[in-house]
Design a protein around this ligand. Structure first.
Ligand code: PSU
Ligand code: MN
Length: 309
């Protein structure tokens, strides 16, 4: 661990050789989160997916950089052995912005959410990040106040997040309202409708729509001209062959959320619990869809990174 008396942020963030070399040569790099590995998917599908996603990014000509807290440092780019260690580890902290310094100072393993991955990616100089779905305003947030820190991070940190929209277990209209209030451009890819993670349809029009990685890269360059610009959210619909239609998914989501309420699940446990319940309710289909959409997002993120480099 680093000595906190003398350490600087640079000491805390460690890029592996491949990512460091790519950044130094201005080659395309795509950030990846780790909460999806430790809290979003069961073992061994989690590590298999992490490896496949990295291979998808390489196939598009970019370098993958999975981000996690290990041994008191923010690691940007994990080797195969580290990926495996993380995927098997129990009691990994789910680290959003509020948790990151605790995990670092205590030396615990920490999996980074969208918010914490954006922080780390930006600090390391990465501009594009692929995930599954962002956190947002939870259903019933008017009572619980449960609104993901991902939305604040998108408002403040200049990283392009490629997602399949907001997870449909959230209140998507409220999530869109908050993104607009916070000044985050939301751009659907290749469709006029906002996708809803497992489903291509949400019933809501997307604020904006673009059809190519080159157009997205041009938008990011324009956005970067503002001194304190924040992030951009790309909403990339899951491929048709892999989707679970919205009306079918809605029933499972209702049941999963009711189960979470009955078991008094709160705060940062809500999202992992509901994802696990949906896995059971759909007989594993929700996971297949999740894997397909993450891979789809990784490929698009890599193409955007290639256009930017
Ligand atoms: N997308 C997935 N699976 C996940 C997540 C996203 O397909 O597990 C994680 C992300 O890391 C996201 C987090 O940032 O869930 C949101 O959690 P919360 O609502 O507690 O902020
Ligand atoms: Mn929350």
């Amino acid at each position: 661990m680093t000595n906190p008396e003398t350490a600087t942020l640079k000491d805390l963030i460690v890029c592996n050789d491949e990512v460091g070399a790519a950044l130094a040569a201005d080659k395309p790099v795509v950030a990846l989160e780790s909460t999806i590995i430790t809290h979003g998917m069961p073992f061994p599908q989690n590590v298999e997916t992490a490896r496949r996603v990295e291979a998808d990014i390489r196939a598009e000509g970019a370098v993958p950089a999975t981000i996690a807290v290990m041994d008191g440092r923010i690691r940007v780019g994990l080797g195969d052995a580290d990926l495996d260690r993380l995927a098997r580890a129990e009691d990994v902290m789910k680290c959003s912005r509020a948790d990151l310094t605790f995990a670092l100072a205590s030396g615990l393993y920490g999996a980074t959410t969208v918010a914490a991955t954006m922080m780390a990616a930006h600090a390391a100089g990465l501009k594009v990040f692929a995930t599954g779905g962002i956190g947002g305003v939870h259903k019933g947030a008017e009572i619980s106040f449960d609104i993901s820190a991902d939305l604040d991070e998108l408002a403040r940190t200049p990283v392009c997040v490629v997602s399949a929209g907001a997870k449909a277990l959230l209140d998507i209209p409220k999530t869109l309202e908050v993104l607009e209030t916070k000044g985050v451009p939301v751009i659907a890819f290749g469709t006029k409708e906002l996708p809803a993670f497992w489903s291509r349809a949400s019933g809501l029009p997307a604020p904006y729509s673009l059809n190519s990685a080159a157009e997205i890269a041009a938008l990011l360059r324009t956005r970067a001209l503002f001194a304190d610009h924040g992030g951009v959210l790309i909403a990339n619909p899951v491929p048709e062959a892999d989707e679970i239609p919205q009306d079918e998914m809605a029933g499972y989501i209702d049941t999963a959320i009711r189960k979470a309420k009955a078991e008094n699940i709160r705060g940062k446990e809500v999202t992992p619990f509901v994802l696990g319940a949906l896995f059971d309710l759909t007989g594993g289909r929700s996971l297949e869809t999740n894997i397909a959409l993450v891979r789809n997002n990784a490929r698009l993120a890599a193409r955007i990174a290639v256009e930017l480099a």
